[in-house]
Structures are given as C-alpha cells and as structure tokens.
Design a binder for this molecule. Structure first.
Ligand code: COA
Length: 120
C-alpha cells in the first residue's frame, strides 16, 4: 500500500550559488558515501548530483510528511545507486520501503519519492 508521495524541483543555479558561497553546503546535504561519489565527478556532474540529491531528500521528507527538520535531516537521508545506476533510498541507515526517481536538465533537477507500507 502506498503510504506517502513527495515531489521536489530545484533550480541548478540556486544550488550553484549556495555551493560557490560555501563549499560546506555539500557536506551538509550529502552523506559520507554520497560525498565519495561526488568527489569523483566533473564540475558539471557535481552540480547535477548535488541538486538531484537535494531534490530527492526534500521529496522524501515530503513523502514522510515531516519536511526537513530535526526528525528528518539531510544527513539521515541517503540516496545511493545500484550497479545499473538506479537510485536506492536509505533513511537512518535502513533501506526504505519505497522508490525514488531523479532527473536533471541544464537548468533544473527534480525528484519523486513513493513510500510503501507492508507488502508491495
Ligand atoms: C517540506 C520542505 C521540503 C519544503 O520545501 P520548499 O523547497 O521550501 O518548498 P516546495 O515549494 O518544494 O514545497 C512546498 C510544498 O511542500 C508541501 N509541504 C510542506 N510541508 C510538508 C510536509 N511536512 N510534508 C509534506 N509536504 C509538505 C506543501 O504542499 C507546500 O506547498 P503549499 O504550502 O502551497 O501547500 C521543507 O521541509 C523545507 O523547507 N526544506 C528546506 C530545508 C532547508 O534546509 N533548506 C535550505 C537549504 S539552502
């Protein structure tokens, strides 16, 4: 049964401005494992990756119904990729029963999250 949905859209130039002002923004948004991948990317891909993770985490917080806050921080949400590149969601180091999809263009990144309860 579907227990939550969340959608988020982020402008890349907004993320770029914040990141240029403060490189620690990536540390605030990305988990340690996400940062390991981020460090290996080209500058263009870095921006897409950071904006896509930001959107995915906001979409997850909406699907959960809490928004980003003390019970759902950017660090508690992690989006890793499987061997084919498909994004997989973790919350508080536990695999999430649900789905995330991320997209980006030259200007925006967007993400959608669907959460499930019980058996699919
Ligand atoms: C919910 C959250 C993710 C909203 O994000 P946002 O980018 O400010 O706003 P968006 O335009 O993407 O979404 C707004 C919509 O989210 C929805 N929303 C708000 N709180 C929500 C919640 N607790 N659960 C689910 N959806 C929620 C509402 O429908 C709202 O639109 P409405 O007020 O017209 O009904 C919020 O937790 C948040 O503000 N996060 C930002 C955290 C942060 O640190 N940002 C700074 C980084 S620079």
């Amino acid at each position: 049964m579907i227990s939550g949905i969340g959608l988020d859209l982020v402008e890349l130039d907004r993320i770029q401005t914040i990141y240029e002002r403060n490189a620690r923004f990536a540390e605030r948004i990305l988990s340690v494992r996400e940062r390991q991948k981020f460090q290996m990317l080209s500058d263009g891909r870095k921006l897409e990756y950071l904006a896509g993770r930001f959107a995915a985490k906001e979409a997850f917080a909406k699907a959960l119904g809490t928004g980003i806050g003390e019970n759902c921080t950017f660090q508690q949400i992690e989006v890793l990729n499987d061997s084919l590149g498909k994004p997989i969601l973790y919350f508080q180091n536990t695999l999430v029963n649900g789905f995330v999809s991320i997209t980006h263009t030259k200007h925006v990144a967007a993400a959608q999250v669907i959460l499930q309860e019980g058996e699919a």
